[in-house]
Design a protein around this ligand. Structure first.
Ligand SMILES: Nc1ncnc2c1ncn2[C@@H]1O[C@H](COP(=O)(O)OP(=O)(O)OP(=O)(O)O)[C@@H](O)[C@H]1O
Length: 254
């Protein structure tokens, strides 16, 4: 049964030397396994902090997060070994080959087939011929492919990605985004992305904006799609009619 991560009325504040920064208060957010989410918003709004709370790696100042499976509610600690991370800076281990970077999470779980499974994942992300290369011998896009394979190799329930395309050029960013969404969908993993990229965010089913401590669902609804399509059809029909009139005017004598 798919599970969801639920943050209920959470607040997050940090106290610095002479002040307290409050990022958000009484915020609710629920993310479901198998679904994709993007969190966008201005720099410093607290997007990465929210990702840390969702993943259970950090605790909110007030409120709490739970994993909900049917009627069963558990703390976020219970899902710690079933979540994967992807970062802007890749965070691969520099002394390990691509193959051993991907195999590492499986080895840590005592999986005897770690190397074979890692090889299959390198194949999935299109890097089978780079298995023996170390991160420094790979391009940014290739390193992020390794990071995606490493994050998904142990079939996690959720993937948390913080600016996964932030260090890549446009071409690589699009390719990496496609691979990431496809791999998560195929593995029924929930995908939660923090990004400044509207192109990347638009691939997610649910899009949230975080600004001034408020989280707003800005996803395009099916109704909006219908309206957009209607406008496109009207605009196309109008253009066709205008083109046809212009053509007739050219042919017909004045
Ligand atoms: N552990 C911490 N201690 C003190 N302040 C923190 C801590 N973590 C985050 N902050 C502060 O909280 C604010 C929000 O940080 P966060 O990284 O969550 O924002 P963001 O929306 O992800 O920003 P960006 O888009 O620039 O990455 C920043 O001002 C940051 O300095």
């Amino acid at each position: 049964m798919p599970c969801s991560i639920e943050l209920t009325r959470v607040s997050q504040s940090f106290s610095n030397a002479d002040s307290i920064i409050t990022l958000f208060e009484n915020l609710d957010l629920s993310v479901q396994q198998g679904q994709s989410y993007a969190i966008t918003g201005p720099s410093g709004a607290g997007k990465s902090s929210l990702l840390m709370l969702l993943s259970g790696l950090e605790q909110p100042t007030i409120g709490k997060g739970n994993v909900v499976t049917g009627d069963h509610i558990a703390s976020l600690d219970s899902i710690r070994s079933e979540i994967g991370f992807i970062f802007q800076q890749f965070h691969l281990l520099p002394e390990l080959t691509a193959l051993h970077n991907v195999a590492l999470p499986l080895k840590l779980r005592g999986d005897k087939n770690a190397i074979n499974k890692a090889q299959l994942w390198l194949d999935k992300v299109g890097l089978v011929d780079r298995a023996m290369h170390k991160p420094a011998q790979l391009s940014g896009g290739e390193q992020q492919r390794v990071a995606i394979a490493r994050a998904l190799v142990f079939s996690p329930k959720f993937i948390f990605a913080d600016e996964p395309t932030g260090n890549l050029d446009q071409h690589n960013a699009t390719e990496i985004a496609d691979i990431l969404f496809e791999c998560c969908q195929q593995n029924n993993a929930g995908l939660i992305i923090v990004t400044h990229s509207h192109e990347l965010a638009s691939k997610a089913k649910h899009i949230y904006g975080l600004a001034n401590g408020k989280l707003t669902n800005t996803s395009v609804t099916p109704e909006t799609h219908v309206l957009e399509n209607s406008f496109e059809n009207i605009s196309r029909d109008t253009n066709q009619a205008l083109a046809s009139t212009a053509k007739k005017k050219q042919v017909l004598p004045c």
